[in-house]
Design a protein around this ligand. Structure first.
Ligand code: NAD
Ligand code: TDX
Length: 358
């Protein structure tokens, strides 16, 4: 049994679906169900007894401690976070509460639980902290991609809160010996991506005939990774990663935002042409830049490739086509999220906020 935090979010839900496609080992999914948590992402699991959902807040150390005592997981995979940079600019408080204090609270519960385990279980236990490349700050055009040794230089309240959590995780290994692993991944994309983020927002707006907002000059660069490749990397690190180490994860796919949006328009032109046959590119609109907008992220993924033999299965070209296809085939999912209907679905299907809890 493993404990996953934030398993109703974008990457966490992909991770759980991916996990059960490879393993029968049960998962406790501990999630607060903020606006970003959507149990509908996991509806394919039905009442699958391998999936135990518990609604709760990682800031609640006592709740996490009782879950750990009841279920005795062999690992914690920690996704739960506030994740949207723009929201962190307009309201940083939730980011400090969940990403910093929440991670601290989770570490405290994990440390108490882990120190009470028998020797063999203590040695086998893992706390895997899922983090971001944004902690390294912004690269210039000629800078080498981020390595695990690149100094931290976070620029947004979101990245600063993730950097703080990374430091706490590191300190719990160094000071207490907790067997932690940290992964710093580049921008993910794929199914169940909340439509406030660039790629799903552009697809939804394009199909709705709305403007496609590009911040600033559109030349900011991000390094994109298809979400199932991130999930596979986390599984590799969980199995063979060395406690105390950090692993950068990325697909060597640097693109400008303008490139990404134009690519999405071109795929949509082919797969879902507008009724008036106009080019979706005509909807592109340059808007005011994000304050403090990092110019460029790029990941050097050689450590995980060489040490753990992980490689992405998707190229950007294959992953982005799959993603557009998924959004075209799942427009109800997008509508439910946009209308808030997914929250009612949760109420109906998980009224007591716990599922398969024994
Ligand atoms: P998301 O916003 O889609 O999902 C976050 C999940 O955490 C939601 O289900 C939410 O309900 C839950 N949550 C939030 N606060 C909580 C709390 N206090 N207690 C319990 N649950 C809580 O985020 P995501 O994009 O899936 O990102 C998951 C993790 O991966 C985050 O830690 C993020 O920093 C990291 N990450 C994301 C990306 C990316 O491109 N999305 C890239 C690298 C790293
Ligand atoms: O409307 C938009 N227009 C636009 O130009 C939006 C929403 C974004 N952008 C730009 C800003 C970024 O340069 O597109 C790029 C991607 O933006 P987001 O999708 O908001 O992602 P980003 O800010 O790069 O952060 C993401 O990747 C790293 C995740 O949200 C983080 O959780 C993760 O750590």
């Amino acid at each position: 049994m493993i404990l996953v935090t934030g398993g109703a979010g974008f990457i966490g839900s992909n991770f759980i679906l991916d996990w059960f496609s490879q393993s029968d080992e049960p998962v406790i999914n501990f999630d607060k169900l903020t606006y970003a948590g959507n149990l509908n992402n996991l509806s394919a699991l039905g009442q699958d007894l391998r999936h135990v959902f518990v609604q709760g807040d990682i800031c609640d150390t006592a709740h996490v401690a009782s879950l750990l005592a009841t279920h005795a997981p062999r690992a914690i995979v920690h996704f739960a976070a506030e994740s949207h940079v723009d929201r962190s600019i307009h309201g940083p408080a939730d980011f400090i509460a969940t990403n910093v204090n929440g991670t601290f609270s989770l570490l405290e519960a994990a440390r108490a639980y882990w120190s009470g385990l028998r020797d063999a279980d203590r040695a086998a236990f893992r706390f895997l902290h899922v983090s971001t490349d944004e902690v390294y700050g912004s690269l210039g055009p000629d800078d080498a991609p981020f390595r695990e040794t690149t100094p931290y230089a976070p620029n947004s309240p979101y990245s600063a809160s993730k950097a703080a959590s990374d430091h706490l995780v590191r300190a719990y290994h160094h000071t207490y010996g907790l067997p932690v692993l940290t992964t710093n991944c580049s921008n993910n994309y794929g199914p169940y991506h909340f439509p406030e983020k660039l790629i799903p927002l552009i697809i939804a707006n394009a199909l709705d005939g709305k403007p496609l907002p590009i911040y600033g000059d559109g030349q900011n660069m991000r390094d994109w990774l298809y979400v199932s490749d991130h999930c596979a990397a986390i599984r590799r690190v969980l199995v063979d990663g060395r406690p105390g180490e950090t692993y950068n994860i990325g697909g060597w796919n640097e693109k400008t935002n303008l490139d990404v949006v134009q690519t999405l328009c071109d795929i949509l032109n082919a797969l879902a042409p507008r009724a008036d046959a106009a080019n979706y590119r005509n909807q592109i609109t340059f808007v005011q830049d994000r304050p403090g907008h990092d110019r460029r992220y790029a990941i050097d993924a050689r450590k995980i490739e060489q040490e753990l033999g992980w490689r992405p299965a998707e190229t950007f070209e294959s992953g982005i086509r799959k993603t557009v296809r998924w959004y075209l085939d799942n427009q109800d999912w997008v509508r439910d999220v946009q209308s808030g209907a997914y929250l009612k679905w949760v109420e109906k299907n998980y009224g007591n906020r716990q599922h398969n809890e024994r």
